[in-house]
Write a protein that binds this ligand. Structure first.
Ligand SMILES: [Zn+2]
Ligand SMILES: [Zn+2]
Length: 71
């Protein structure tokens, strides 16, 4: 797999879209790992990785979207 931007060998894949990215073009972006319902709170809570690998090309949402159909 090669970097989406410069076509050199990629070091990793974007967590969001799967594009390859090299060290120069890799960025980080919080990634939503899991959603669960807390014990003390009845609302849904999210487990987030703060620095997941991001290709810098795609545009992940900054805020998790509502999933009312899973409630
Ligand atoms: Zn690159
Ligand atoms: Zn991406």
């Amino acid at each position: 797999m090669d970097c989406w931007v410069c076509e050199r060998t990629a070091l990793g894949a974007c967590r969001f879209c799967g594009r390859g990215t090299c060290r120069d073009h890799a960025k980080t972006h919080p990634f939503l790992l899991d959603v669960f319902r807390g014990n003390k709170h009845s609302s849904l809570r999210a487990l987030v990785v703060e620095d997941a690998l991001h290709c810098g090309v795609c545009t992940p949402r900054g805020e998790p979207v509502d999933l009312p159909e899973l409630e």
